[in-house]
Structure formats: C-alpha cells, structure tokens
Ligand binder design. Structure first.
Ligand code: SF4
Length: 189
C-alpha cells in the first residue's frame, strides 16, 4: 500500500480534504463500503407496499427475486415517510420471510396441552358462535334503577399497533354495534 493510499484511508484526512468537512457523507465511507454490492441490485422487480407495524404507514419498496421477497426498503415516493423507515420497519423483511411465521390458524382446546391446526372457515364460525352466545348471555338492557344501558361487558377488543386506521375504524364500528364498551388499542397502553 502506497503512502497516499494509506493516508486516504483515514476518515479524518478525507474530512479535511474533501467537500465533507463534517464527515457525514463520502468522507465517512470506507473502501470496503464503497465496494459492497447494493443489496437490491439483483431484484427482478419491486412492489410498492406500506409498513404493517404501526399506524404511521410508512411507504415501502419490496424487492422480489424468483417470487420471493429479498429486501424491503423505504419508498422515496411516499409523502408520509419520503424514503425513510424506522428500525422496526426496516426489519419487516423478517416478518415476511421468518421460518417461524404462522400461516395457519392455531387452536388450543380448553385444558389441552398441545396446539392444533384449524381450518379458517371453521375458526371463523367458532368465533362468531361464541360472540353471539356471549352477547346474548351478558346483554344488559337497563341497570338496577331502570336506566338504559344496552351494552355487554361480556367481551372486549384489544387491538395491536400493527392495525392501520381503516382496520381500527372498522373494529370500533363493529364492536360498538355489538354493544361492547371496552374497546382498546395496544398503542395506548
Ligand atoms: S413501524 Fe416504523 S417504519 Fe413502520 S410505519 Fe411505523 S414508523 Fe414507519
């Protein structure tokens, strides 16, 4: 390695001699970083999406090769996030591709020690049956003084932060129509 190459390897030297005196751009980039291939270069196509983790709704570009997600980056066209993702959103590829991701309905019967797979239609029917039965059993038309209540305390809703505005709107509408009063979201806890 020549003397010049050796000196240019120092970020401080590059800071002083380049147009990046604060060392926040090219001066901070090492030779190794310059030579690394771009992770998205091999993608066959990109698909626009929205980060599912929170209600900010940052725009994402999903890079796909051979029908598989290979990388997820921020979408510069998004007026919400303008190309940025927080660390959680930047790691959302793991949410999609993790081998431990659940893709089937899992059910553990009362007192059972093992989980079992359930057909989605069957699971939906079971939930609907329980909601109807619980509402019927716990419905309160009036209180002991005859004041109108028209509610049930038999079930409640606890939403997660991955729900978007539209999902929260529909859930609030559904539960209120059913007479539930305990409608909460994890983001407020
Ligand atoms: S989790 Fe982060 S990247 Fe995803 S929408 Fe929220 S702020 Fe944006």
């Amino acid at each position: 390695m020549g003397l010049r190459t050796w000196i240019e390897g120092w970020p401080a030297y590059r800071q002083m001699t380049s147009r990046d005196p604060l060392g926040r751009g090219a001066a901070a980039k090492s030779q190794r970083s310059r030579e690394l291939p771009v992770r998205t270069a091999s993608a066959e196509r990109t698909v626009k999406s929205v980060c599912p983790y929170c209600a900010v709704g940052c725009g994402q570009q999903v890079y796909v090769s051979d029908g598989r997600v290979t990388q997820i980056e921020g979408d510069p066209d998004s007026p919400v996030s303008r190309g940025r993702l927080c660390p959680k959103g930047a790691a959302s590829k793991q949410l999609v591709t993790a081998p431990t991701r659940q893709t089937k309905v899992r059910y553990r019967r009362p007192h059972a020690t093992e989980w079992e797979d359930l057909d989605l239609d069957r699971a939906m029917d079971m939930i609907a049956d329980r909601v109807i039965e619980t509402r019927r059993r716990t419905w309160q038309d009036t209180d002991e003084n005859g004041m109108v209540l028209r509610r049930t305390l038999g079930f409640a809703s606890l939403g997660g932060a991955t729900l978007d505005n539209e999902e929260n709107y529909l859930m609030k509408k559904l539960y209120t129509a059913l007479g539930a009063v305990e409608i909460e979201n994890q983001a407020r806890i």
